[in-house]
Ligand binder design. Structure first.
Ligand code: PGA
Length: 246
């Protein structure tokens, strides 16, 4: 499966930093035909910069579960599409924890995304405490079951496994833990999504050029969801290079 290297800019950059970053990323991708053939790149900036992203696939970091109407401050999936976005990240742990998003909410948002023709990247992952108590598969299994709507297909859905304790901390899960969890997720998807073997499962949590090669070589790791390192064009592209070097 072609790896997907997805950058989650979170609430970072300003307009000029963002445009510099994107032109540097697209220049580097366009200069390397082999890289384009071997990896798909995606950039998810803050909403307001979405329409300025050209030359690489783009997506948003959240969307409303509603189509339109009196929902002050919300952005619909079709608006993301209008601004050139083709993906939306949903259920990121920062949204689950700071905005109280339950899996039921994530599922409604993913359904709205699918209906608007977007690909939903549905994030799941356990906390450190849950892993210490050996509950990681129960937690992730429950999140998958609750967050994937019946509109999901292998084409319109990507899963991102992001252990909460590895996000932005510099800690990564061990290759064995990643392998076990990705294989567990693959088996859980069977029954939830038709053609589940074709669903991309990304790893996220402190992925950087130094560890990307090892992580992306693990079976069932079909790409990365990258936060901090996606704000540096060289680091982001090097992760892409590591993806097909294996
Ligand atoms: P990180 O973030 O790469 O900075 O750990 C990943 C994410 O939150 O998607």
């Amino acid at each position: 499966m072609k790896k997907l290297i997805a950058g989650n800019w979170k609430m970072n950059t300003d307009l000029s930093q963002g445009s510099e970053l994107i032109s540097s990323i697209t220049d580097k991708i366009q200069a390397n035909k082999e890289l384009q053939d071997n990896c798909d790149f995606l950039v998810c900036p803050p909403f307001v910069y979405l329409s300025s992203i050209k030359g690489v696939a783009s997506g948003a970091q959240d969307c409303s579960s509603h189509k339109s109407g009196a929902y002050t401050g919300e952005i619909s999936a079709s608006m993301i599409k209008d601004c050139g976005g083709s993906y939306v990240i949903l259920g990121h742990s920062e949204r689950r924890s700071y905005h109280g998003e339950s899996s039921a909410v994530v599922s409604d948002k993913a359904k709205a995304a699918h209906e608007a023709g977007l690909i939903a990247i549905i994030c799941v992952g356990e906390s450190e405490n849950q892993r210490d108590q050996g509950q990681e598969q129960t937690v992730v299994g429950g999140q998958l079951l609750g967050s994937i709507p019946d509109t999901a297909t292998a084409q319109n859905t990507v899963i991102a496994y992001e252990p909460v304790w590895a996000i932005g901390t510099g800690k990564t899960a061990s290759p064995k833990d990643v392998a076990d969890m990705h294989s567990f997720i693959r088996s859980k998807l069977n029954g939830l999504i038709e053609g589940s073997e074709k669903v991309r499962i990304l790893y996220g949590g402190s992925m950087k050029p130094e560890n990307a090669g090892e992580l992306l070589a693990i079976p069932n790791v079909d790409g990365g969801l990258i936060g901090g390192a996606s704000l540096n064009a060289d680091a982001f592209i090097e992760i892409g290079l590591a993806a097909w070097a294996n």
